[in-house]
Design a protein. Structure first.
Lengths: 309, 406
C-alpha cells in the first residue's frame, strides 16, 4: 500500500532523516518508535505532504505521491500531535467542518459524524464546545476528524501525548478497532507501552535512520535479548544441580549467593520446566524472580538510548 | 504584598513586546498630536499658510496691488484663477476658498461705496476661513487706509472747488481731519459654497467615516492575524494535509473578513441613519463602490500586516501601533485640515486618508459619481496590491518553515 523509498531530509547542516525506506502493507499497523527528535514527526510530515523530502519518493498503491497528490490526500487521514481543532466550535461543528473538506455528501457526512461520535462515546456531548472537553475527549475528536472521509491510510503522530493511562488505553482500543475494519495505520510514538500494544510491526528510528523493522519477536531476535529467571535456593552447594537437563550455556549457578540464573526464549512457557528441573535435583527454592524481555530493553540494546515517558 | 508587586513588575518587564507597546505607543501618539496641534493655538506667526484662490474680476491697478500685498504675506499662498475654476477647485477639496475682487472694486473705493469683495469657501474649512477673513481685513485696512483717505479728500475738494491750485490742495490733504468709516467700506462678504446644498453635518460625516474605518481596521486586522494563531495551534497544517491549497485557505479567510466588514459597516450606517437621519442615498452607487473599495483596502492592509508577523502577539502589538498612527495621520481621529501641511502630505500613505476623503467627496462636496472614482480607484489599487503581497508573503512564510509540495 505505502512504499517509502530512500527518503532523506536535512535542515541546513542538520540531517533529520537519512535514506529511510519502509514498506507498509494494506491493513498493517506500523509503529514508528523513537526518542524525541529522532525524526518521527518529520517522516509523518513527509507522508502527510507537509514537507518535501530532499531525496527519495513515496509511493501509494504503486503511484508516486508527487505525481498525484490530490488523489493521495483524499485517501489519507492525518491525526496531528497537537489538538488541531477549533476550540470555540462544538465537536459536531468541528466534525462537519473537517469532514466537509473532502468529497463527501452532506447527508453521508452527517451519518458518519453521528457514527464516530457514538463510536467514541461522545454523541451526548456533541454540541458542547471543544474548549469544554477534557484532554482525552479532545484527543478522541482529534482522531474522529481524521476518519470521517474513511481514509484507507491513517497517519497518527503521537496521538496519545499527554493522556492519562485510561484515556490512552481507550484511544488505543479505538485505533485497534479502526485497524480491524481494514484501515492501514502508521503510528509514531515514544511510549513503549503503546508500541507494545500495537506491535503488528515496529520500526525503530534513531537519529533519522531506521535501525530495524519487524514484529516484536523479530526485533527481540535481532537484539539478542532474552527472558531470564533468577531463583534463590536454600543451598546451591548441596543441591545436585549438575544433574540439570538444561543447555549449560543458558544457565549459571552462583554458589556464593545461592542463586540459579537462566536465559530463555519465553519465560512463561519455560518457567514450569525450570522449576520442575531444579526440584528434581533436590533444589529447595526460596524465591523466583523473572525478567521478561520488553520493547524498552530491546530499544535500549539497539539504540543505546532510554525512551522517556 | 511586596512580593506580588515584584512578581508583576518582573512579568511586565519580561514581556518585551507589551513593554514596547506600553511605552512606545504613548510616545508616538504624544508626538503626533503635539505635532498636529502645537502651532495652531495662540501663535499666529507659525500658522500653516492658507492656500487661497484669488479671482480678480476688476483687473484694476488697485486690485493688482492688493493681490501682490496679500501674496507677500507668509500666512497666505495665493493662486490666481477665474471664477468657475475656483469654485470647481473648492468643490474638489483642493483649496479652502476663493477671494473675489468683483468688477468696480477700484471705482467703489473712489466713491466710498462698500467694496465688492467676497470670499466663497468650503464650510469644512470654517476655522481657516474666519482666520483668513481677519488677515485680509487687516491687510486691506493697512493698505487702503492712506489710499482711501487721499482719494476721499481729493474727491471731496475737487467736487467743491474745481479750480483749486494743486499746491493748496496738497496742503489741505496733509492737514485734513476727515474721518472715513472703513469698516463700512470693507464689508467682506463670506459665503460657503460647499456643504450648503444639503442639510449635512460635517462633524457627523467625520464621526461616521472616521469611526467606520478605525473599527474596520482593528476588526479585520484581528481577523487576519487569526491565521497566525491557526498556524500556532496546528489547524493550518491540518488544513494543508487536506486537499485544500494554500490560496484556498487565504481566500476563505478573506471572504469571511469581507463578510464581517460588510456586516459591521451595515450596522454602523443603519445606526447612523436611524439615530442621526444620515442620508446615505445622496450618491448611492458611489457609496456602494466606496464601501466595496474600503473593505478591500482594509482586508489588504490587515492581511499584509498579519503576513509580516510571526506570532499573534507580535501582530496584535504591531497592528495597534500602526492602526492608531495611520488613523491619526489619515484624518480619522483628527480632521485633516487642522494638521500641518507636511502631515497632510504624509496622510497620502494612509488608507484612512483615501476613505475619509472619498466620504467627504460623496457627502460633503457632493461631487458627481465620475469625480469620486479616482480616489476610490486608489483604494482599490491599495487593496489589491496589499492582498497580492500578503498572499505572496504568507506562501513564502509557510514554505520557509514547511516546504510544501504545492
Amino acid at each position: 500500500m505505502l512504499e517509502i523509498k530512500g527518503i532523506s531530509k536535512s535542515y541546513g547542516d542538520n540531517s533529520v532523516l537519512n535514506n529511510i525506506s519502509l514498506h507498509i502493507g494494506k491493513g498493517d499497523i506500523l509503529v514508528i518508535l523513537g526518542t524525541n527528535g529522532a525524526g518521527k514527526s518529520t517522516l509523518i510530515n513527509i507522508l502527510s505532504c507537509l514537507i518535501e523530502p530532499d531525496k527519495g519518493d513515496v509511493f501509494f498503491d504503486g503511484e508516486n505521491v508527487k505525481s498525484n497528490i490530490d488523489k493521495y490526500k483524499n485517501k489519507i487521514g492525518i491525526v496531528p500531535q497537537e489538538i488541531a481543532l477549533y476550540q470555540e466550535l462544538s465537536a459536531y461543528d468541528n466534525l462537519m467542518f473537517w469532514g466537509g473538506l473532502y468529497d463527501i455528501s452532506r447527508k453521508e457526512l452527517q451519518e458518519t459524524a453521528d457514527y464516530v461520535l457514538n463510536l467514541f462515546g461522545l454523541y451526548d456531548k456533541r454540541n458542547a464546545k471543544i474548549k469544554t472537553y477534557s484532554g482525552g475527549m479532545k484527543r478522541k475528536i482529534n482522531i474522529a476528524c481524521s476518519i470521517l472521509h474513511k481514509p484507507s491510510l491513517l497517519l497518527m503522530d503521537e496521538p496519545t501525548v499527554g493522556l492519562d493511562p485510561q484515556s490512552t488505553n481507550d484511544t488505543i482500543d479505538h485505533i485497534e478497532n479502526l485497524n480491524a475494519k481494514g484501515m492501514t495505520i502508521v503510528y509514531t510514538t515514544h511510549y513503549m507501552k503503546v508500541a507494545e500494544r500495537l506491535c503488528n510491526r515496529i520500526a525503530l528510528i534513531d537519529e533519522g535512520s531506521i535501525l530495524d523493522v519487524g514484529s516484536f519477536a523479530v526485533l527481540r531476535g535481532l537484539s539478542g535479548i532474552k527472558d531470564s529467571v533468577t531463583i534463590k535456593l536454600k543451598n546451591a552447594n548441596s543441591t545436585e544441580l549438575n544433574k540439570l537437563q538444561f543447555d549449560r550455556s543458558l544457565y549459571r549457578i552462583d554458589n556464593l549467593n545461592n542463586t540459579f540464573h537462566m536465559d530463555c526464549e519465553d519465560i512463561n512457557k519455560e518457567i514450569a520446566d525450570i522449576i520442575a528441573g531444579i526440584q528434581a535435583c533436590n533444589g529447595e527454592i526460596l524465591s523466583i524472580d523473572t525478567c521478561v524481555a520488553d520493547l524498552e530493553s530491546i530499544f535500549i540494546k539497539l539504540t543505546g538510548k532510554m525512551l522517556k515517558d | 504584598m511586596f512580593k506580588l508587586f515584584k512578581k508583576d513588575i518582573k512579568l511586565f518587564i519580561q514581556d518585551k513586546k507589551s513593554l514596547v507597546i506600553s511605552f512606545l505607543l504613548p510616545v508616538i501618539l504624544i508626538s503626533l498630536f503635539g505635532f498636529i496641534f502645537k502651532d495652531d493655538k495662540g501663535n499666529r506667526e507659525n500658522i500653516k499658510p492658507i492656500r487661497l484662490l484669488v479671482c480678480d474680476e476688476d483687473r484694476s491697478e488697485l486690485s493688482g496691488k492688493l493681490i501682490s500685498i496679500l501674496d507677500s504675506s507668509e500666512n497666505i499662498n495665493i493662486t490666481l484663477t477665474d471664477y468657475d475654476k475656483s469654485l470647481d477647485l473648492i468643490n474638489r477639496g483642493t483649496h479652502s476658498g476663493v477671494l473675489i475682487f468683483k468688477s468696480g472694486f477700484e471705482d467703489s473705493l473712489a466713491m466710498q461705496l462698500s467694496l465688492p469683495l467676497e470670499i466663497k469657501y468650503d464650510k469644512s474649512h470654517e476655522l481657516e476661513i474666519r482666520l483668513l477673513q481677519s488677515i485680509i481685513i487687516n491687510r486691506l485696512l493697512d493698505t487702503l487706509g492712506n489710499e482711501l483717505l487721499t482719494k476721499s479728500v481729493d474727491s471731496y475738494i475737487k467736487g467743491k472747488f474745481a479750480d483749486l491750485d494743486e499746491n493748496i490742495l496738497s496742503i489741505i490733504k496733509q492737514n485734513s481731519n476727515i474721518s472715513i468709516n472703513f469698516k463700512k467700506l470693507i464689508d467682506l462678504k463670506v459665503t460657503s459654497v460647499v456643504g450648503e446644498k444639503k442639510n449635512i453635518n460635517l462633524g457627523l460625516i467625520q464621526a461616521i467615516a472616521g469611526t467606520a474605518i478605525l473599527i474596520l481596521l482593528f476588526s479585520i486586522t484581528g481577523h487576519a492575524t487569526s491565521i497566525i494563531e491557526e498556524k500556532e495551534n496546528g489547524t493550518i497544517n491540518r488544513l494543508l494535509c487536506s486537499p485544500l491549497k494554500v490560496w484556498h485557505i487565504l481566500a476563505g479567510k478573506m471572504l469571511s473578513a469581507f463578510f464581517i466588514a460588510l456586516s459591521q459597516l451595515s450596522i454602523m450606517f443603519l445606526f447612523a441613519i436611524l439615530l442621526f437621519r444620515f442620508d446615505i442615498t445622496i450618491n448611492f452607487p458611489a457609496f456602494i463602490l466606496l464601501v466595496f473599495a474600503t473593505i478591500l483596502a482594509v482586508i489588504g492592509f490587515g492581511f499584509f500586516l498579519a503576513s509580516m508577523c510571526i506570532s499573534r502577539q507580535q501582530a496584535e502589538n504591531l497592528s495597534t501601533i500602526v492602526i492608531i498612527v495611520m488613523s491619526t495621520i489619515g484624518g480619522s481621529l483628527v480632521p485633516l485640515f487642522v494638521m500641518p501641511v507636511i502631515m497632510e502630505k504624509i496622510a497620502f500613505f494612509s488608507v484612512n486618508y483615501w476613505v475619509m476623503q472619498s466620504f467627504f467627496d460623496i457627502y460633503w462636496r457632493l461631487l458627481p459619481f465620475i469625480e469620486i472614482i479616482p480616489r476610490i480607484i486608489v483604494l482599490l489599487i491599495i487593496g489589491l496590491t496589499l492582498i497580492i503581497i500578503s498572499i505572496f508573503l504568507f506562501q513564502k512564510n509557510i514554505k520557509k518553515s514547511r516546504q510544501f509540495y504545492n
